[in-house]
Every structure is written in C-alpha cells, then in structure tokens.
Design a protein around this ligand. Structure first.
Ligand code: GTS
Length: 211
C-alpha cells in the first residue's frame, strides 16, 4: 500500500506536472513541499539530494529521486504499467522517447529560447510524428499510447503535448490522433478538475518565465 505522498519541487510544473496529473486522475491526494530559489540557493538541501537535484518524492517513509523513476513507482502503486511484460516494455520505450523530447524542450527553454525557438518549432513535427504513429498502431488511435488502459506514459505524453501546445499552438494541426487524444484525456473528470484548478493554472510551466 502506498504511504502518504509528498512532491518536493520548485514552484513550477516542469518535471512534476505529469505525476500530479497521474495522482489527480487516480483520485490520490498528495502534499506539495515547495522549494524556493532562496532555500535552494543556500545549498544545504541540494547537498542532501541524491543527485543534487529535484524533484524529490516521498511515499510514506520511502524517498525517491529522478522524475521518471517516480512516475514508474506511481505506475506500480496504481497499476498503470501495462498488462504484461511486452506492454511494460513498450511503455518504457515510449517514456524514454518522451524523455528525449523533454530534454530538447528543456534546452530550448533554459539555454536557447530566443535564438532557437523558430528552428525548434520547425523540427517539432518530426519529434511528434512517432507518437502519432504509435497511437495509430494501437486501436486506430482511439485508446491510449499502449494497450487498453491508461498508463504512466500517457500522463507524461499528455504533459509534453500540453507544454508544446503553449509553445506552438498549431503543433497538432497535422496530427489528428494526438489532437483527439489530448481532448479525450483532458475530459477525464478527475483530470479535468485538476487542469481547471488554480493550483495547476497558476503554476508556471518553467522556472524562467519562458514557455
Ligand atoms: N533527471 C532528473 C529528473 O528527471 O528528475 C533531472 C532533474 C533536474 O534537472 N532538476 C532540475 C534541478 O534540480 C530542475 S528541473 O530541470 O526539473 O526544472 N535544478 C537545480 C540544480 O541545482 O541542478
């Protein structure tokens, strides 16, 4: 049984919004432990983190770092890791692909926004195409990214689609399956309530105000 959940992170959506969406959609409660730049800048807390970075996640007394490991813990706790070994492996593949895209997005936002945005948006269809193709291969795009049930990778994909729709509002224009996937998942009642909450809407996407 999972314990009481706490997300310790900076006051942004960043690498934690996928896990927040997962928790909200699964009807779970959690506590937010917000780390300000001032606290982090003092350095002591950073030193206490395994890799010197956030997020940090607590499941009762159990403490975990690395956002994708946290997503996978939640997937195991809430049966969101596919129905068999092959589905689990495909979910890992999808999530690794998402991590590749998240790293590129992070580099754009934090290192090269002004000079790199136009080229990033131009290359974006090539980044999104694999996910459209994967959806097409699974029940004609009418269900989830893998299998017949929602998984941790769906929340991660949905978050990345949300942030890219802010960066490039037309980015799904030539991806009908991804566009309807976003609409379908956003309409799940508990997720919809979370997405409409002030907690989500008022939380900046990134730490430097760029989006
Ligand atoms: N691979 C790690 C994960 O997935 O959790 C990366 C974590 C990471 O890069 N954390 C950043 C951090 O702690 C914040 S963010 O990229 O998630 O916004 N930065 C502060 C620091 O001192 O490195």
């Amino acid at each position: 049984m999972p314990g009481k959940y706490t997300i310790t992170y900076f006051p942004v959506r960043g690498r934690c919004e996928a896990m927040r969406m997962l928790l909200a959609d699964q009807g779970q409660e959690w506590t937010e432990d917000v780390v300000t730049g001032d606290i982090w800048g003092k350095g002591d807390f950073k030193k206490s983190c395994v890799f010197g970075q956030l997020p940090r996640f607590q499941d009762g007394d159990f403490i975990l770092y690395q956002s994708n490991a946290i997503l996978r813990l939640l997937a195991r706790n809430h049966v969101l890791y596919g129905q068999d070994a092959h589905e689990a492996a495909l979910l890992d593949m999808v999530n690794d692909g998402l991590e590749d895209l998240r790293m590129k997005y992070g580099r754009l936002i934090y290192q090269n926004y002004e000079n790199g945005k136009a080229a990033y948006i131009e290359a974006l269809p090539g980044e999104l195409r694999p996910f459209e193709n994967l959806l097409a291969q699974n029940n004609g795009g009418k269900s989830f990214i893998v299998g017949k049930q929602i998984s941790f990778a769906d929340y991660n994909l949905l978050d990345l689609l949300h942030v890219h729709l802010v960066l490039a509002p037309n980015c799904l224009a030539s991806f009908p399956l991804l566009a309807s996937y976003v609409k379908r998942l956003d309409a799940r009642p508990l997720l919809k309530a979370f997405l409409e909450s002030d907690a989500h809407k008022q939380r900046p996407i990134n730490g430097n105000g760029k989006q």
